[in-house]
Ligand binder design. Structure first.
Ligand code: CDP
Length: 226
């Protein structure tokens, strides 16, 4: 029997984690789990129900009746795929507050840990190396300068035809989100001692992927794949 293996990737907004993590997972035959998408889906539901995303009681009022899952590169909210809706800027602006609430995190972490008990995974987020998979076989911290991260997010939005936001606004939003994610009480984003730092400021996607894959290959693990 082959082992279940796990690769944990943390890092700040717009560092390219999800693109890199998805390709790494494909190359290794592991399942990719985008935990940020799960917090975004919860935020989308709060907004769709016209609840106040900055009111803890409002946010928690739907906790028990909300079903979120990430499977085969799709995010499901109450059984419906919401891949596109969760990328809306309205969601991006509110998600970090919602993700700072302990009870919301506990629910998401439980789902994430269950997925990792069934499949070999590449999982990315803010607390994967510290809380979700502290015993992961490999841990990476993927980052880039805030200007470069802003530039990438700006180009991504432009390519989707979203042109009503400036580069400066995006950099401001990212810096604000970094600040909340790194300084919150519940599972803040941290570079742990046992994580490999991958600074992608001047790396292409392929170079970032190769760096991670070569470290994983050196480990010579015999992992179960899909
Ligand atoms: O893609 P982007 O870097 O913009 O962020 P994301 O990975 O989609 O995550 C959105 C937000 O969810 C983050 O800014 C965090 O506030 C929160 N998050 C978290 O708290 N813990 C995770 N494991 C993943 C995301």
């Amino acid at each position: 029997m082959k082992d279940l293996c796990s690769i944990a990737i943390d890092g700040p907004a717009g560092a390219g984690k999800s693109t890199v993590a998805r390709i790494v997972a494909e190359k290794l035959g592991f399942e990719y789990v985008d935990t940020g998408a799960m917090y975004r889906a919860y935020t989308l539901k709060v907004l769709n129900m016209n609840l106040d995303p900055e009111n803890r009681d409002h946010v928690l009022s739907i906790l028990e009746d909300t079903d979120i899952d990430f499977m085969e590169n799709h995010i499901y909210l109450d059984g419906k795929i919401v891949d596109d809706e969760i990328r809306d800027n309205k969601v991006s602006k509110q998600v970090s507050y919602i993700a700072s609430i302990k009870e919301v995190r506990e629910k998401m972490v439980e789902i994430q840990q269950l997925i990792a008990k069934k499949r070999s995974v590449v999982m990315d987020g803010r607390d994967i190396t510290t809380v979700v998979l502290p015993k992961a076989n490999f841990k990476f911290f993927v980052t880039a300068s805030v200007e470069e991260r802003g530039r990438r997010r700006f180009l991504e939005l432009q390519s989707k035809g979203i042109k009503d936001i400036t580069l400066e606004e995006i950099i401001g939003d990212i810096a604000r989100r970094d600040n909340i994610d790194s300084n919150r009480e519940e599972s803040p984003l941290t570079l742990t001692e046992d994580s490999v730092l991958v600074d992608t400021t001047s790396l292409t996607i392929e170079e970032s992927v190769d760096r991670i894959i070569s470290i994983v290959k050196e480990g010579r693990l015999d992992c179960s794949t899909q």
